[in-house]
Every structure is written in C-alpha cells, then in structure tokens.
Design a protein around this ligand. Sequence first.
Ligand code: 13P
Ligand code: ZN
Length: 308
Amino acid sequence: MALKDINLNDIKDTAKDVYGRVSEAVGETVERLKRKDILTAPFMVEMIRTASNMYDHGWDERNGGNISLMVDEAELTDYLDLNQVIREIPTGFDAPTLDGRYFLVTGTGKYFKNVKYAPDVNLGLIRIKDSGRTAELLWGYTDGGKFTSELPAHLMSHAARLEVNPENRVVMHCHPGNLLAMTYVHTLDEKAFTRTLWQMCTECIVVFPEGVNVLPWMLCGTNTIGEATAEKMKTARLVVWSQHGIYGAGKDLDETFGLIETAEKAAEIYMKIAHLPLLNTITDDEMWLLCDRFELTPREGYLSPRKA
Ligand code: 13P
Ligand code: ZN
C-alpha cells in the first residue's frame, strides 16, 4: 500500500480503540488486585467457625443442618465485584421483601465438617431478585452445587424476623440430639414444651423469654414447611421441627448459636431426669423473679399469675 493511501483518521481511531481497551483491562486488573480475599472477611471467618463449632457439638451429622447469614452490601464491596454474576439459580418460591439482599448460605448436601477445609465448595454467596424467585450466585458452590434445600424456610424466616427485628441477620437449622429426642417423649404443645425447657435451667427464661414454637412432623425442604416455619418465627426465635431438629434466628451467628445451645442444654437435662421422680423444680414465682431481675416479659400466659 502506498503511503498516500493510508488514512490518518483510521489510524487515530484504531489507536483510540486500543487505548480504550487497554486502559479498561488495566483498570479491571487494578480493581481485582485491590480486592481483598473474601476468606479473610470477618463474616466469612465467623461463618466457617460457627459451622465447625456446630459440627463439633454433634448437631450436624453428615449434611444435616444449614445456615443463612444476611450480609450487607457494604461488607462485600472490598471483596467481590458485585456485577459479576457466576450463574442464576431459581429458588422456586416468592420472597418479595428480600430483593437485593445478600446471603451467605450453606450448600445442599454439603457436610458441615468440611466447611472449614473447602469453604468455596460448601458455601455460596447469593443475591436475591425477581421477588425472591431468583438467586444470583456471586461466589462459592464451585463444584456446580447450590444452596440448601431448606432455602424456603430460611428466606421466609428471614423475612418474618426482619419484620419483628430489623437487626436480624441469621437463620440456623440443625439436629441437636436432646431436643430431637424430647419431641418423641414430650407433648408438642408449645406452652408445655416451653415451660419444661424453662424449668430445666435457670437461665432459659432469660435467654428465650418468648419461648419456643413447635411444628409437628412435616416434609422438609418444601415451601409448605418454609411457610409454617416463618409463621412460627413471628412470635419466637426458636422453632422446633418435631422428629427432625430446630430452627433459630438472631442478630448474629453467636447469638443464634447461643439460643440453640441453651435450648439444647435444657433438653439434655430433661432427657436425663424425665424418667426419675421429680423432687424439685423452678417455680413460676421464681421465674417471675428472674423476669424482674433481667427486665423481661415472658410469653403471655405461659407463667401462672404472680402471687399478690
Ligand atoms: P441440605 O443438605 O439441603 O442443607 O439439607 C440438610 C437438612 O438438614 C434438611 O433438613
Ligand atoms: Zn434438617
């Protein structure tokens, strides 16, 4: 080609185009390099510790149990490009109030004991959209897996608890042995179940003054049990699934773990003494003293009226 045939404007346009693409790539690389390792994020460290602790307590055999932790967008921006959606996963239910919310969730079929060894396989970070019908995967489930089969109960419970307490961030499900055993030998009446737990350890009424709610045996992993759990979550942070396990909700992982831990301790005492003659207990009047001391209101109608 002769020199006279070269169009300088074409060269300028090409140069501009190349410059644009190079600076975009450099910008992206700089952003990626600036991004911190998500495995060091405080919420991730806490999630991994909690899953391991639950396993160590014997509450999560095999893939038993699941956790969902709501994470604020501001907690994520240092670690993830929130425009990079890895894949979209249908949820199969509606949760209209949760659009735009982020959740770190255990994977279905994943073993709690393995979470600390391979967090990116056993956990996933999702963002909810389409009135709850779609989860956008932003991190995790790297083996092609997906969120727990109990996502309906988790997300519907999050929505229910957020109505009661905007600080709620955690829904936790597990299979603690004594609570489970208790559902075979104790009436499932919520008031009676709660009163028994309150009577087993002095601090139970302090930790869960609203008591525990109880569902009969139901098919797990369904929207029906999700809706029933969320309904029960409106009046208590603990919901027993008879012959299956328990759900807890709270403002952080520690508080929620502690709630379940306290109820499970009470159930343990019950299972140790249920077959023995009962010589002593905590009376309702003593429980009223605890309510005064800790300035709490017990679930209405669950304690007999105070003596005048
Ligand atoms: P996932 O493995 O789907 O989380 O189910 C475990 C479980 O506990 C079901 O209730
Ligand atoms: Zn379960």
